[in-house]
Design a protein around this ligand. Structure first.
Ligand code: APR
Length: 228
């Protein structure tokens, strides 16, 4: 039986595909206010601005490709039972060939009616629609008559797959954490559920959890993969 490898990924994995991170220099949160484009209050204040922000992200996603890190993680499925827990809302892990992926913070290519909350206990996958790389405008309605909103987990909203993610981390032989600043909860807190002694962390910059790792690499993923 293959050993279980759980991988928690963040924006750093997609950097070398050309997708901006959130907290780095020139990251998205330097250019936009989180409370405007990633909170339910922002959505109620100015839904057109929020739709435009995610329309831009979605259109950009259509122009980028998975990079060596995404492909390497997909390749690991040959020898490992791999589960990807990603904070990323791009679809680059699936396009690289990974098959078991939990999008903890939603997915840019999906939308749902704004009156469907999808909290942890009432999660309903039937209410989520794939729209690919299309633009969503004010007035675009779901079959239930409600305005469509991005299927993105905003600050203050519940993370639908968190319980499944905890179960996977608890069962992991190896926990690999890649390209995340580990500053956003509950995703960062997943580390506390790992029970093994093979915690590997690869991130360009330091994280608050470096001391917990059995192996830490502060390098760019491109450098790591070119060395491998
Ligand atoms: N190789 C490795 N790591 C890199 C690279 C690279 N080429 N480029 C950047 N990084 C690292 C940075 O060191 C940084 O610590 O990626 C990390 C990205 O951190 P964040 O921008 O905070 O992204 P992430 O941790 O994914 O953010 C979590 O915050 O705003 C929310 O919902 C959003 O899912 C996101 C969550």
């Amino acid at each position: 039986m293959k050993k279980k490898l759980v991988v928690l990924t963040g924006a750093g994995v997609s950097v070398e595909s050309g997708v901006a991170t959130f907290r780095d220099n020139n990251g998205l949160w330097e250019q936009y206010r989180v409370e405007d484009v990633a909170s339910i209050e922002g959505w109620h204040r100015d839904p057109a601005l929020v739709l435009d922000f995610y329309n831009q992200r979605r259109l950009q996603l259509a122009t980028v490709k998975p990079n060596a890190a995404h492909f390497a993680l997909a390749e690991l499925e040959k020898d490992w039972d791999v589960t990807i827990l990603t904070q990323n809302v791009d679809n680059l892990h699936e396009r690289a060939g990974s098959t078991r992926i939990f999008h903890l913070h939603g997915l840019l290519t999906q939308v749902r009616p704004e009156n469907c909350y999808n909290d942890v206990d009432n999660y309903s996958e039937e209410s989520v629609f794939d729209i690919g790389y299309d633009v969503v405008n004010l007035g675009d309605l779901a079959p239930n008559g409600a305005q469509l909103r991005p299927h993105i987990v905003w600050f203050g909203e519940a993370v639908p797959y968190i319980n499944a993610a905890i179960d996977h981390v608890m069962d992991a032989d190896i926990l690999l954490i890649v390209g995340t600043s580990l500053q956003v909860y509950p995703a960062a807190g997943l580390i506390n559920y790992y029970q093994g002694n093979r915690l590997v962390l690869i991130n360009r910059d330091e994280t608050p959890y470096d001391h917990r790792a059995d192996l830490v690499f502060h390098e760019s993923l491109g450098d790591i993969f070119s060395q491998l």
